[in-house]
Design a protein around this ligand. Structure first.
Ligand code: ATR
Length: 276
């Protein structure tokens, strides 16, 4: 732990609960690496206290914060200004306060861009339609980023009404029924699991990959375990894979750059620090 001066730059992650968050390790690694006079702290804030807490952070001169479950959607209405990424994702995961006390609160969403950056870093530019499994908050952020990058996107969800609601929010999005996902792989270049299936303590995702083209990239946003049963099955078929840890690391870059004035890099040392 380095010493702070009275001018230290402060940021943190607001969640309920927040003890599980990897963000303090992530930003702490970059703060130490760049020898920054600053700190990034976990902030346990109950849902009914979110507005008060954000005003308090602003009044305390915080540079900004990340938001995690369950605050991402609620924060939309509390920001003075929304970056298009937040409006499109329907959720805020990063807040930047203006430079003065009482300054404007700008909300953005870096989850979708984080996914794209992770995909780019692992596999270079990719083309062709994407098939997203799940229609929750993570699916919306990733679908919006893919659509905005000019990719065709199909979404499927166990509860079809939720996929339909996502298509209403994001014009251009195509939906298919959950039981048709396996066969639809033949028409897609990228598969992304945004559901919690395959996460530690959850059942695995049951999806046959036999219809997949050999060029299909199989991505999972689950990162515990690092290799989900879906990724293991894809690798066994010789398909390219992308684990969820890269998205977690890359989504943090824009917030860190805005709060601390340094654009950090994502590398293996960061991954070790976050997972260790
Ligand atoms: P997040 O905001 O992280 O995306 P979420 O909003 O809770 O999380 O969404 C979880 C996703 O996982 C949903 O798409 C959910 O499907 P339903 O809308 O049908 O509930 C999906 N999911 C969770 N458990 C599932 C299961 N056993 N089978 C299929 N999908 C599941």
């Amino acid at each position: 732990m380095q010493h702070l001066t009275g001018a230290a730059a402060l940021a943190g992650v607001v969640g309920w609960p927040v003890a599980h968050s990897r963000s303090p390790r992530l930003h702490g690694h970059w703060i130490a690496r760049h020898n920054i006079d600053g700190a990034y702290v976990p902030l346990a804030v109950a849902p009914e206290n979110l507005a008060t807490a954000l005003d308090g952070l602003r009044a305390c001169g915080f540079r900004g914060c990340n938001l995690t479950v369950p605050h991402k959607e609620a924060a939309l209405a509390l920001c003075d200004e929304l970056h298009p990424s937040a409006a499109r994702a329907g959720a805020v995961n990063t807040i930047v306060f203006g430079p003065r006390t009482g300054a404007r609160m700008m909300g953005m969403n870096t989850d979708g861009a984080g996914f794209l950056a992770s995909l780019m870093a692992a596999h270079g530019p990719t083309h062709g339609p994407a098939l997203l499994l799940g229609a929750g908050g993570a699916a919306r952020a990733i679908a919006a980023a893919l659509l905005d990058a000019g990719q065709a996107v199909t979404v499927t969800n166990r509860a079809p009404a939720r996929a339909a609601a996502l298509a209403d929010a994001l014009p251009g999005l195509r939906t298919i029924l959950w039981p048709h996902a396996g066969a639809a792989l033949a028409d897609h270049a990228l598969l992304v699991n945004t559901t919690s299936l395959g996460m530690q303590g959850q059942p695995p995702l049951e999806l046959g990959l036999h219809a997949a083209a050999p060029t299909l990239i199989v991505a999972d946003i689950v990162y515990a375990p690092l290799v989900t049963p879906l990724l293991a099955a894809a690798a066994a078929r010789g398909l390219r894979t992308l684990g969820g840890i890269g998205m977690l690391l890359h989504q943090a870059v824009p917030g860190f750059a805005a709060w601390y004035g340094v654009t950090p890099t994502v590398d293996e040392a960061l991954e070790r620090a976050v997972l260790g």
